[in-house]
Design a protein around this ligand. Structure first.
Ligand code: ASP
Length: 488
């Protein structure tokens, strides 16, 4: 049998601790001096018993993972890159406290990863009799060894802990001390390890076509803010205020909101968030809930954030959102590009891609199609979950008798809206009724999913027309089409 080669990259953490006084289980735990010392007394970790040829590298200094910094991620990524061709897979031994951050960061940094990188650790050190370390380590090594044991190659950064192999950028540490310490609330486990290890092949990402490279450019000028009832908006303004050293200027803000992305809709809060966006800070909305996703604009309580330039983090974990932001900011992209890519699933970290298309606004009254925009060519219309059109500052004017109702018809990609009934049937995307006094401004949000599936083509021009059934003149200040497409 040809043994697969797996490299252990040791960063430290509890798994590697030993008793200060060797042989005295009551003495304090300290980092071990060598790997031999850690695995002494564990014959199951010998290559011939594991069925894998195990290599070993340690980072320059073994640490408790609470000390992790971006320099450590860069070092891990470089070690993997330097040994990439020589090994079938990698197991990163890591403390549990920040394991989800490291896994998330590596998932973005290790571009076009075609081999397994599995992070593992333990709640008790390997040297202890009741330790959970040996099983975590053995299963991780075997999963990283792949086809020797009949497992598929899992070309992803994962976390293995206790019974589950989780996608690293979906995982969260849920228990400070439980042996089942990690979960992946928004994505199923990639594999379950009981008596048998069962890998769910349909969840595993395909081996990428591009060339593997470790991209170690990161920008950590990122902040996380969890809102709570009573939050004072002025505090946010102070936090990101201009002035001070450029190297300390916040460039990305992860806003942890309620439920499906809701936040206070009072003026002071929205102005504070809007002010942050205007300063060029990328603001991403993720939910405080352990499970579920942000649906920006679904309720009034999140529409204001959307209008001020906040983008959706969909169902990303806060850890993944922080690391994705650091990675994208590190690429030196313009703010608008960071915002655009932030809403795309790069390595399976979120369940949907969001495409926001600004359709512009017009000052002239118009009965027909607006200026339009090109639909991104990469969007897959067969995976379209929904399409939402938001019009801001629509005015209905003209002969209004008394208080009455206005009926707005929205047409997609139509140039002959006015009188053809056929065109109405096929191109009418939505009909919205609302009370009006005439002349006032209002916002319209409508679901145009069905019409989008029918009428929109990737890479082609789209336009929207708004017509009042009563023959009034309609115009809008801004119009956005947001398309939500499932990631396969
Ligand atoms: N504080 C430790 C660490 O994260 C805890 C652990 O390893 O489980 O390094």
């Amino acid at each position: 049998m040809v043994l697969r080669k797996v490299l252990i990259v040791n960063t430290g953490g509890t798994l590697c601790m030993v008793h200060a006084e060797r042989g005295n289980p009551l003495s304090p735990l300290v980092p071990a001096a060598s790997w031999e010392e850690i695995v002494a007394g564990h014959p199951i970790l010998a290559s011939e018993i594991l069925g894998i040829e195990v290599g070993y590298r340690a980072v320059s200094q073994l640490i408790d993972s609470s000390q992790m910094q971006q320099e450590h991620w860069q070092e891990i990524a470089r070690i993997i890159a330097a040994n990439y061709e020589d090994y079938s897979g990698f197991v990163v031994v890591h403390g549990t406290d920040t394991m989800c951050y490291t896994a998330s960061a590596l998932s973005f940094m290790l571009e076009n990863l075609g081999k397994p990188v599995i992070l593992t650790g333990s709640q008790r050190p390997l040297v202890e009799p009741r330790s959970d370390a040996a099983q975590n380590l053995v299963t991780s090594l075997q999963l990283a060894g792949g086809d020797t044991f009949g497992y598929p190659v899992i070309p992803e950064v994962c976390i293995f802990f206790r019974d589950y192999l989780l996608r690293g950028n979906r995982a969260r540490k849920l228990s400070a001390s439980g042996y089942s310490g990690f979960e992946s609330p928004n994505f199923p486990a990639l594999a379950t390890a009981g008596e048998h290890v069962v890998v769910d092949k349909k969840l595993i990402r395909a081996v990428p076509e591009g060339r593997f490279a470790a991209n170690t450019s990161l920008d950590s000028r990122v902040m996380v803010l969890e809102i709570f009832p009573g939050f004072k908006p002025g505090v946010l303004r102070r936090l990101v205020e201009e002035g001070g050293a450029e190297e300390d200027a916040v460039r990305g803000l992860i806003l942890k909101t309620y439920g499906t992305g809701n936040a206070p809709s009072n003026r002071a809060f929205l102005e504070a968030v809007g002010g942050v966006c205007e300063q060029g800070v990328v603001v991403v909305n993720v939910t405080q809930c352990p499970q579920g996703m942000v649906e920006l604009g679904l309720y009034e309580a999140s529409a204001g954030l959307l209008q001020r330039g906040v983008v959706s983090g969909v169902d990303m974990t806060p850890e993944a959102a922080v690391c994705k932001m650091m990675y994208l900011l590190g690429q030196g992209l313009p703010t608008e590009e960071v915002k655009r890519v932030m809403q795309m699933a790069l390595v399976g970290e979120q369940s949907m891609n969001i495409y926001s298309v600004a359709l512009g606004g017009l000052d002239d009254p118009l009965p027909l199609a607006g200026p339009g925009a090109v639909l991104p060519s990469e969007i897959r219309m067969d995976a379209l979950r929904s399409a939402i059109l938001r019009l801001r500052g629509v005015q209905s004017m003209g002969p209004v008798m008394a208080e009455s109702e206005v009926e707005l018809r929205l047409f997609l990609n139509s140039t002959e809206v006015a009188d053809s009934p056929d065109v109405e049937e096929t191109h009418c995307a939505a009909v919205v009724r609302r009370p009006t006094k005439g002349g006032e401004e209002f916002d319209v949000v409508c679901d145009v999913s069905a019409a989008s599936r029918r009428l929109l083509r990737p890479g082609q021009m789209i336009s929207v027309a708004v017509v009042s059934a009563e023959g009034r003149t309609v115009r809008w200040r801004s119009m956005h089409l947001t398309l939500y497409s499932d990631v396969s």
